[in-house]
Design a protein around this ligand. Structure first.
Ligand SMILES: [Zn+2]
Ligand SMILES: [Zn+2]
Ligand SMILES: [Zn+2]
Length: 121
């Protein structure tokens, strides 16, 4: 993990909930870090693509980031407000393992994301 990614992750950890890139950036500055805003954005994007950070978009389009719970999980995402819920999919895990085994595959991974409209939208 790169140094800036580490710093961004630990800042999100301390925030405990959702934080914008700007908030992460100003927190780092407060800690005396010299990380630039562009670096913060890049680190956040990397974390999102690695699924270690959840992202949701506010109505004004600003992205908010939150540290994902560790361990394998799936997401239920509202396509209207960006609300993200972490879900466990034991039926999916069982199915994936069975299918992989039946075909003699090893080290199989999967990505399952559910999206739709939440109760509020
Ligand atoms: Zn998550
Ligand atoms: Zn919604
Ligand atoms: Zn799974």
């Amino acid at each position: 993990m790169s140094k800036s990614l580490n710093q961004v992750i630990s800042t999100l950890e301390r925030a405990g909930g959702f934080a914008s890139a700007q908030e992460v950036y100003s927190n780092l500055r407060k800690q005396g870090k010299t990380t630039g805003l562009a670096t913060v954005y890049r680190a956040l994007q990397k974390a999102v693509s690695e699924k270690s950070v959840d992202v949701l978009r506010k109505e004004d389009g600003e992205a908010l980031y939150r540290l994902c719970t560790t361990g394998h999980h799936h997401h239920l995402l509202c396509i209207s407000c960006g609300k993200t819920i972490e879900i466990e999919g034991s039926a999916v895990e069982k199915w994936a393992n069975t299918v992989a085994k039946n075909h003699g595959f090893r080290a199989v991974t999967h990505v399952v994301e559910l999206s739709g409209l939440c109760a509020k939208c």
